[in-house]
Structure formats: structure tokens, C-alpha cells
Design a protein around this ligand. Structure first.
Ligand code: NDP
Length: 327
């Protein structure tokens, strides 16, 4: 069996040298109550960049996976059962306490990988973050960044379902053309080629009502200056700041005067807080996928050994839709 451990703490952008592959023997036997899991699909997510700070060097890197039970002495999880669990970056795991395992939810004939993406944590982030925090109304203008990613691509599509106009930003021409031509977003820009302030002044003169922020940093300071009265901001992520060392972290400036004058509501959002409503969110997302209203995409990296490559890719913009690893 294989696992990835933190070789050394990330300094700035994570590098493949910071993550080490370790091989171990599979346990000889499974005792009463235990199950042996084998990873099938693994997820890489931007939050892992932040959370690894709380790990010690040598610890297994955290993360969720869909696994298959390959040996079982627990009647609740017979051999062949598919489970979701936060087992870390491990190809195999002997689970002694099965309370950490959840059976995969019923998603009909769709790929189980979606339970880590559009029908999992990122999908629920988009669903609850956007609907609860931004409170979109039909006819309003919604701005979303990292818009071709796991969360952003769903936020933009939910906004369209709710009758909003979507202004989206992503980092490559390929992503922009997917957003415009396949997802039908109204205005799409490659943020790498533009002066954001000028683009918003000239192309979005009526301003923004809802801002779903995945990126943070200077981008957000500019967007806030284009928000309309009573606008709502969901601060979901700030990936542009994750690799910046603490001593160089952005401390401002933020346009507080605009927040005051326009009476904006700016909300931090943490998806875990909504997990007791996961079934509700997943049901709606599944219904939209089944009816063709919600399109999903996955960038699948083949091979457990390539976990670091898939993870590092998040900070290079390598993924369109959800970044997933097939073990
Ligand atoms: P994505 O699938 O969007 O992947 C990350 C993308 O971010 C990349 O593909 C890249 O796209 C973009 N990106 C990377 N670096 C930068 C940068 N410096 N500036 C601008 N864009 C950058 O990831 P997720 O959808 O999983 O996550 C999106 C955001 O949501 C993250 O900030 C994440 O931390 C946050 N999040 C928050 C949760 C919460 O509970 N609050 C839960 C889940 C996610 P591009 O080519 O466009 O640059």
C-alpha cells in the first residue's frame, strides 16, 4: 500500500519535493469489526494547502476519497461496499473505527467520483454559499471568479438557473470558451489579460449585485468598488493568497467606504457548517444534473502516484471543473 506524507512544510507555492511517497505492507489480517479499504477516487482541493500547516512533517496528507471495501469483518460494510471517508492520501487503509466511513449516497448511474465534486463538498459549497449568502434574485448580476473550477462552474450555473446575469473570470482561453459556449455565461474574461477595473467599468456599467469570491486579494478590492447598493458578497475562498507567506500576507487596502456607502453585506462562508443539510443540497444538484440544467466536468489524473501533480495543478490552473485522481 502507498501513502503520501508531508516531507516538509510548504513555503510559498507547494512543490513536489514537499510531498513524499511511502510504501508499506498491507496488514496480514482484518480483525473483528474492522474493514480494509482501497481507494478508487481521490480528491485534491485548495483547502489542503492551508490545512497542511497544522500537520507535522511525516504526517499523511489529509483528504477525502471514495474507497471500496476489499476485506471486511464488519457486517455494516461488507466486501464490495463503496464508502466515502477522510482517509487521507492513502491507497489502502485498515479502518478499525468504522464510524469514520459513510456509504456513498445514491447518485443513480453517475460516476461515484461526483460525490467528491459536483455532488460532494464543492457542489455543496456552491449551492449553500451562493444561495444562502448571496441571496440571488432574478435579473441581478452575479460575478464569479475561478469560474471554470469545481465550485465556480456550479455557482455560475446556479446563477443562470435563478435567472441572473453571470460575469465570469477564468485563467485560460480554453476555460473561457467552455464557460461562454457550453455553460452559457453572459460575459467571460481571462483575468490574466485584462485591467479588471477598466473591464468592469466599460463592460459591466450597471454594477454587480452578488459577488461569489474564490480568489481574494487585489481582485476582490477592485470588484467591491463595482458593487451596487445592498450587494452581497460570499467570501468562499482566496486562492490568490494561499501561497503567500504569512509575513507578506495582504493586509489591505479594502474599500471600506464603498461597503459603507453601498450598504454591502460581506459574508465569510464555511461549507462544513451546512453538512447537516447535505442531503437537501445534493438532491437538488442531482436533479439539475439529471435534467441537463447543470453540466459538470472533471479533470481526471490517472494513478495514485500522481496525487501531488494533481494537487500542484490547482495552483497552476491545470484543472477544468473538478480535479480528481483515479487510483
Ligand atoms: P478550483 O477547481 O477552482 O481550482 C482552483 C482554480 O483556482 C485553478 O484552476 C485556477 O484557475 C484558480 N487559481 C489558482 N491560483 C490562482 C490565483 N493566484 N489567482 C486566481 N485564480 C487562481 O478549486 P475549487 O473549486 O475546489 O475551490 C475554489 C475556491 O473555493 C478555493 O479558494 C477554495 O479554497 C474555496 N473553497 C472554499 C470552501 C469553503 O467552505 N469556504 C469549500 C470549498 C472550496 P484559473 O485558471 O482560472 O486561474
Amino acid at each position: 500500500s502507498k501513502k503520501f506524507v508531508l516531507a516538509k512544510h510548504f513555503a510559498g507555492k507547494p512543490s513536489s519535493d514537499d510531498i513524499k511517497l511511502v510504501t508499506e505492507e498491507l496488514p496480514d489480517e482484518v480483525n473483528d469489526g474492522e474493514v480494509l479499504c482501497e481507494a478508487v477516487w481521490l480528491t485534491v482541493d485548495p483547502y489542503m494547502r492551508i490545512y497542511t500547516a497544522s500537520l507535522s512533517e511525516g504526517d499523511v496528507i489529509i483528504g477525502e476519497q471514495v474507497a471500496r471495501v476489499i476485506a471486511s469483518k464488519n457486517p455494516k460494510f461488507p466486501e464490495g461496499t463503496h464508502v466515502i471517508a477522510r482517509l487521507g492520501w492513502k491507497s489502502h487503509a485498515l479502518v478499525k473505527d468504522v464510524s469514520v466511513l459513510r456509504k456513498v449516497p445514491d447518485i443513480e448511474d453517475l460516476s461515484l467520483s461526483l460525490t467528491l465534486g459536483s455532488l460532494g463538498m464543492p457542489g455543496l459549497t456552491a449551492y449553500f454559499g451562493f444561495l444562502e449568502k448571496c441571496q440571488p434574485k432574478s435579473g441581478e448580476t452575479v460575478l464569479v471568479n475561478a469560474a471554470a473550477g469545481a465550485v465556480g462552474s456550479i455557482v455560475g450555473q446556479i446563477a443562470k438557473i435563478k435567472g441572473c446575469k453571470v460575469v465570469a473570470f477564468a485563467g485560460t482561453e480554453e476555460k473561457c470558451s467552455w464557460l461562454k459556449n457550453e455553460l452559457g455565461f453572459d460575459q467571460v474574461f481571462n483575468y490574466k489579460n485584462i485591467d479588471l477595473d477598466k473591464v468592469l467599468s466599460s463592460s459591466v456599467p450597471d454594477g454587480i449585485d452578488c459577488y461569489f469570491d474564490n480568489v481574494g486579494g487585489d481582485f476582490s478590492s477592485v470588484v467591491l468598488n463595482h458593487m451596487n447598493s445592498y450587494g452581497r458578497v460570499c467570501v468562499c475562498g482566496c486562492i490568490s493568497e494561499y501561497n503567500v507567506p504569512a509575513e507578506k500576507a495582504l493586509k489591505g487596502p479594502y474599500p471600506f467606504k464603498r461597503i459603507l456607502i453601498k450598504e454591502l453585506s460581506v459574508f465569510g462562508f464555511i461549507v462544513w457548517k451546512y453538512f447537516d443539510r447535505a442531503d437537501e443540497g445534493r438532491k437538488q444538484l442531482l436533479e439539475w444534473i439529471k435534467s441537463g440544467k447543470l453540466i459538470y466536468k472533471e479533470t481526471i489524473t490517472e494513478g495514485f502516484e500522481n496525487m501531488p501533480k494533481a494537487f500542484l495543478g490547482l495552483f497552476e490552473g491545470s484543472n477544468i471543473g473538478k480535479a480528481i485522481v483515479k487510483a
